[in-house]
Ligand binder design. Structure first.
Ligand SMILES: CC(=O)SCCNC(=O)CCNC(=O)[C@H](O)C(C)(C)COP(=O)(O)OP(=O)(O)OC[C@H]1O[C@@H](n2cnc3c(N)ncnc32)[C@H](O)[C@@H]1OP(=O)(O)O
Ligand SMILES: O=C([O-])CC(=O)C(=O)O
Length: 413
């Protein structure tokens, strides 16, 4: 039978098309893995997630970082390739501080963006805008000259918090804030100082934000990092790669899960109500945010650290609300394990930590961006060292081309 072209709605139901063509095409593509599950897409010396053994950045155990380091040490390690000594770290911290002064055109753009924007869209726009005003290098020499990649990565990480909070205070409070703070301030200190407009943010909160930045910094070929590497593989620039990555991180199956997890937890007023609500969601086959992971099937090694911080903060704050929030989260964790054998990922208790630090929910994923830009940049740099264009195939399941006849517009019914 000769089949003629028809508008989409008149095509065969997709399942019919699939079964018709599976036999024709699938046999040639035995390696097809939906969602690229289990597919090795690159070699990397940055992070050990793919080995399934704990979590190490450039060989170092993340547990040691969480205990002893600041985020700046980790960003330096990921972007510049080695752990800094004291002198290098001090210089790096003050260099990052010097990048917090936002350029005037960027401020003007931030003032023009709607106050209703999603903060992730603000950061995506910031990355893209910085690529216009301070490009890595001119387009013609992009694939040859990579001299600015480290500097551009540092600038992005240093600017995201100040830019987001400039936009926030301009629209929410009608003020143009000064985005620089002390030259020795870390990113966590600067973020909380700007957010709360205080010179003395709570030390435990600064510590908690700093630790989550370390835990969020890098995670091998997570969807956003893979997206950044695909963009890089076309010899594109770092700003484009980070813009791509932010768009990918925004979704609730990836970075957006920390905001979604908090929305889940906070809809319940006590643990029993949470148990009842989650049981219903499980029965209705809903996805419970902050649980499960593509790689970690026996638990996310970062979860215990972030849970401990959430507990400590809830006890320190010691209000009914803070204690209830932690208890509700713990009950959801218990129910999910009992009913589904699913464990929390980093996002679940990170959301509790951020809420207890009085951070607005819509800033949770942007904080993830600040941290993960260090990992994205490390992957961009690595991809460039031995680049191959990333261009997979799809397993074609559409209409049979040999029996699909084209008819010019006026001959179609
Ligand atoms: C920092 C990060 O980005 S970590 C990830 C953050 N994302 C989330 O927390 C969103 C919630 N979690 C999920 O949606 C998933 O667990 C993902 C996207 C993270 C991983 O997805 P996958 O690797 O494709 O998981 P997979 O489909 O193999 O899951 C196995 C089974 O568990 C179920 N499952 C997995 N996670 C969840 C969940 N959070 N809630 C309910 N069921 C779940 C799946 O529906 C599937 O069930 P089925 O076999 O009956 O179809
Ligand atoms: O690795 C992933 O798929 C998700 C991720 O970014 C993380 O867990 O930090």
């Amino acid at each position: 039978m000769i089949r003629s072209f028809r508008p989409l709605k008149n095509l065969l139901h997709v399942s019919q098309v699939r079964s018709f063509h599976k036999t024709l095409y699938l046999s040639n593509n035995q390696n097809y893995s939906p969602g690229l599950v289990g597919v090795i897409a690159s070699e990397s010396s940055i992070c050990t997630v793919g080995t399934g053994e704990g979590l190490n950045y450039r060989g170092y155990n993340v547990m040691d970082f969480a205990e002893h380091s600041s985020f700046e040490e980790i960003a330096f390690l990921l972007i510049h390739g080695h752990l800094p000594n004291k002198k290098e770290l001090d210089l790096y911290v003050s260099k990052m501080a010097s990048h917090r002064e936002l350029q005037k055109p960027l401020k003007t753009i931030l003032e023009q963006l709607p106050n209703t924007s999603n903060p992730m869209d603000i950061l995506r726009t910031v990355a893209s805008t910085m690529g216009c005003f301070e490009p890595e290098c001119d387009n013609a020499s992009l694939h040859k000259s990579k001299n600015n990649q480290w500097e551009s990565a540092d600038k992005l990480i240093a600017s995201f918090g100040p830019a987001l909070l400039y936009w926030h205070h301009f629209h929410q409070n009608g003020i143009r804030i000064t985005t620089t703070t002390l030259p020795q301030d870390t990113i966590a200190q600067n973020f909380l100082k700007l957010l709360k407009q205080t010179q003395e943010p709570d030390e435990d909160m600064v510590h908690a934000v700093d630790k989550t930045l370390i835990l969020y910094a890098e995670h091998d070929l997570a969807a956003s990092t893979f997206a950044a590497r695909v963009t890089t593989s076309t010899s594109s620039d770092l700003f484009s790669a980070v813009t791509t990555a932010i768009g990918t991180l925004r979704g609730p199956l990836h970075g957006g899960a920390n905001e979604a997890a908090y929305k889940l937890i906070s809809q319940f007023s006590d643990p029993d109500q949470a148990e009842e609500g989650v049981m219903k969601m499980i029965k209705d086959k809903e996805i419970i945010m902050g649980f499960g992971h593509r790689v970690y099937k026996k638990g996310d090694p970062r979860s215990a650290i972030v849970k401990k911080m959430a507990k400590a903060l809830s006890e320190k704050i010691n209000t009914q609300e803070s204690k209830d929030l932690f208890k509700i989260a713990e009950r959801i964790e218990k129910v999910m394990y009992r009913e589904k054998k699913l464990l929390t990922n980093l996002d679940f208790y990170a959301s509790v930590v951020y809420h207890l630090c009085n951070i607005p929910t819509s800033f949770f994923t942007p904080i993830f961006v600040i941290a993960r830009t260090s990992g994205w940049a490390a992957h961009v740099i690595e991809q460039r060292e031995d680049n191959v264009l990333m261009r997979p195939l799809s397993n074609y399941v559409g209409p049979d081309p040999s029996s699909t006849e084209f008819r010019p517009l006026l001959q179609r019914q």
